[in-house]
Design a protein around this ligand. Structure first.
Ligand code: 3H9
Length: 702
């Protein structure tokens, strides 16, 4: 038997202990080990019951995800075969679940007859997040054990439940108290079962209770998830599999589940979502930051600035239990800022997501100050003041004077040069960028901007803090806009230019939302405010590279005071929540086109999509070449988690991989030629893109 599963016996009980670090993924060797162990225990007449547990780490994190792209998930024995073998056992099988049972891990437990779990265990079927469905019996066995509605909810949301919840739902038999050993508990449980002559249970004999649900149950369920799952392929297949469980005997339901699983596994969506899974893990591995780099202790946090951004950042730290000081020189603004934080918590409490006591606990961690001397003992200081270099430098000079040695000094700038800010202090090694995304208490993405002299232990420390405040940190280098806003620039530039060439805001937004963005570029600018876009461009004239037509339409709207939603007019007109076309936009676009010598024409949807997306991808290639991002998947994480790029497309770089880099390159060259001087200026393919395309490689090769 392989070392991946340890087989041992004690008295009349056989143990199959998964032994494959780090999470007992169910790769081929583990499947083989389980199958062999089972056969051995079944044939041994002295063995009366079998315990399946873990020898190392958590119970089981599911199928080995890396095997899906490699194709080796289909190497025998197949996971469903092994689980069917377990389910059919004539001897009672008890799963001993420590830590977690996810995906195939839970399916393994469901194929057993009884389940014992530690009280900290999490049990779930998160396959839908990988673009697939539970393909080893989960969609057929869970409805039988936990009921259709509970199973459907768990499978389609992918959200795990606690051991206690699982017990209430009926698929955990015993929850083990804190500190108790789960294998010992499972052994005791097995002995009780044997003493009672309890039978082995076969899922095939368990009925599915469809009758207690209304006839339109599935139709209503589909409606309820429609908005949230727009564009995703797997959720509908999950539903179909559970529907099958309602009408088919287990053996046929499993067959149907297998077919649906295969329909999902070879889709671009499954590749994209699995790409993002590994991207998140890769982002934690930062070049130059060794595994053994010691993080600095962080107990006290200070945030400079009590505006929307400052307040949102503060909330993250309060939520995670950090004593936090909000500092603002303006006492009134400070009071307002505290009021907004309290109000936000109270709204959450009204929705039942926080108790009144939790609100007070969080508010109790907050102190305020108008004086820098009050934050001299802070371990981490985050500046969130007005986005102007002089203002930021003055803040950092003061922080340098007042903060204790070793304090980490972070800036929340989204565009400014972090090296320059760092040089305003005598300790540039302690300075770093922490670019939160608005609303800062909601958005998961955190761009961690590493300046030239930022020390590795500072990076290590902020990555640890980011995990505590439940953010997804992605480390990037210094350049205008870092990764996210820098890639956004060409995307927006082309959307605006297309308006001059003949597209309408409605067309652009439709094409982009059909692609999968929650909102098109024109609606997004209206939401954020045209004035922000205008003022940023004024502050960074270098971005336009002297192109006089750059952003011309935004300039016209800005001059008319049409800043977007906040003024009731921008690319669209707003009447409360109602949005309609702004007829002036076409006139303004025609005027700007005339002024800049642009001939208006009919623009195809394909051109809108290619011209918005391909320059963004090309910018990503330049970013990679310059080492601003360590890997293409980092750009993808930033785009999916900060800019609404559809997760099911895996991010812009993965999308390019999927459609082929040669196609992206050819299209860029086509527009370079077609668009004359404008094309020459803006459609030059990045050398890295050219090289990878020529070599037949993808961005994953970088
Ligand atoms: C499935 O089961 C399909 C079946 O229904 C049907 C099949 C026919 N595979 O996240 P961490 C690696 S689909 C491969 O940093 P944590 C991970 O890449 C599966 N590798 O630790 C990382 O490697 P590295 C359904 C995996 O403690 C290391 O383990 N299951 C897998 O923060 C540590 O991971 C899931 O979707 C895997 N299944 O979180 C669960 N799991 O060190 C996916 C982990 O080289 N996994 N790795 O970077 C998770 O959600 C989290 O990893 C987990 C641990 C909660 C388990």
């Amino acid at each position: 038997m392989s070392d991946s599963v340890i087989y041992k016996t004690q008295g009349q009980i056989a143990y199959l202990l998964l032994n494959s670090a780090p999470v007992n993924g169910l790769g081929q060797a583990v499947r083989q080990g389980l199958s062999d162990g089972f056969a051995q225990a079944s044939q041994d007449n002295t063995i009366k019951a079998i315990v399946v547990g873990s020898n190392i780490g958590p119970f089981c994190g599911g199928a080995d995800i890396a095997e899906f792209s490699a194709g080796t998930f289909a190497d025998k024995p197949l996971l469903p075969q092994v689980f069917n073998q377990i389910d059919a056992s004539s001897k009672p099988v008890i799963a001993a679940i420590d830590g977690l049972a996810l995906g195939g891990g839970l399916e393994l437990a469901l194929a057993c007859d009884y389940r014992v779990a530690t009280n900290k265990a999490k049990l779930g079927l998160p396959e839908v997040h990988l673009g697939i469905l539970p393909g080893a019996g989960g969609t057929q066995r869970l409805p039988r054990l936990a009921g259709i509605a509970n199973a459907l909810q768990m499978i389609v949301s992918g959200t795990p439940v606690s051991a206690q919840q699982a017990q209430q739902l009926g698929f955990v038999d015993l929850v083990v108290k804190e500190g108790e050993d789960v294998i010992t508990a499972a052994t005791n449980y097995a002995e009780q079962l044997l003493a009672q002559q309890a039978p082995a249970l076969n899922c095939a004999d368990m009925p599915v209770d469809r009758e207690s649900l209304p006839s339109d149950y599935f139709a209503e369920f589909r409606k309820s998830i429609e908005r949230k799952t727009r564009g995703f392929y797997a959720p509908e297949r999950c539903i179909q599999a559970v529907e099958a469980a309602c009408v088919l005997p287990l053996v046929d339901g499993l067959k149907k589940e297998g077919e649906l699983f295969l329909e999902c596994i070879n889709t671009p969506q499954a590749r994209a979502q699995q790409h993002l899974f590994f991207a998140e893990r890769a982002a934690g591995k930062v070049p130059g930051v060794a595994k053994d780099t010691q993080a600095r202790p962080v107990k006290k946090v200070a945030v400079i600035g009590s505006g929307t951004m400052g307040g949102g950042i503060v909330m993250n730290f309060l939520n995670a239990g950090f004593a936090t000081t909000m500092l603002d020189l303006n006492a009134q603004a400070l009071e307002r800022g505290v009021g907004v934080i309290r109000k936000n918590y109270e709204i959450t409490a009204k929705k039942g997501k926080l108790t009144g006591q939790q609100v007070e606990q969080r508010m109790g961690l907050l102190t305020t100050s108008t004086q820098y001397s009050d934050i001299q003992d802070a371990d981490l200081v985050i500046e969130a003041v007005f986005e102007k270099m002089d203002v930021k430098k003055a803040v950092f000079k003061t922080l340098d004077e007042c903060c204790k040695p070793g304090a980490i000094l972070a800036t929340n700038t989204s565009t400014l040069d972090v090296n320059e800010i760092a040089e305003a202090t005598s300790r540039p090694q302690d300075v770093i960028g922490l670019h939160f995304f608005s609303p800062a208490n909601v958005m998961r993405l955190l761009e961690v901007v590493r300046a030239e002299k930022t020390s590795p232990d500072v990076i290590k420390t902020v990555l640890g803090c980011a995990a505590k405040i439940k953010k997804l940190p992605v480390v990037v280098g210094v350049c205008f806009g870092f990764v996210g806003n820098r890639m956004l620039e060409p995307y927006g530039r082309e959307a605006l230019r297309l308006l001059l060439e003949g597209a309408t805001p409605e067309q652009i937004d439709r094409v982009l939302t059909e692609f999968g963005f929650p909102m098109g570029f024109c609606s997004m600018i209206d939401l954020a405010g045209n004035d922000i876009s205008y003022l940023t461009r004024q502050a960074h004239p270098e971005v336009t590279q002297g192109d006089p037509s750059y952003g011309a339409l935004v300039d016209s709207l800005y001059e008319l005071g049409h800043y977007g939603q906040k003024t009731g007019c921008g690319f669209y007109q707003y009447n409360g929540r109602d949005k309609s076309a702004n007829p002036d936009v076409i006139t303004l676009a025609e005027q700007a086109a005339f002024k800049h010598g642009i001939t208006r024409r009919e623009i195809s949807d394909q051109e809108v999509l290619e011209r918005c997306l391909y320059p963004l991808i090309n910018e990503g290639a330049l970013i990679l070449e310059e080492g601003i991002a360590a890997r293409a998947s980092d750009c993808d994480l930033i785009y999916v988690n900060g800019y609404g790029f559809p997760a099911w497309r895996g991010g812009p770089m993965q999308y390019a991989n999927e459609i082929g880099l040669t196609n992206v390159l050819n299209a860029l060259n086509k527009y370079k030629e077609q668009l004359g001087e404008y094309g020459e200026r803006w459609f030059k393919p990045a050398p890295l893109l050219q090289k990878l395309a020529t070599d037949g490689k993808s961005f994953n090769a970088v």
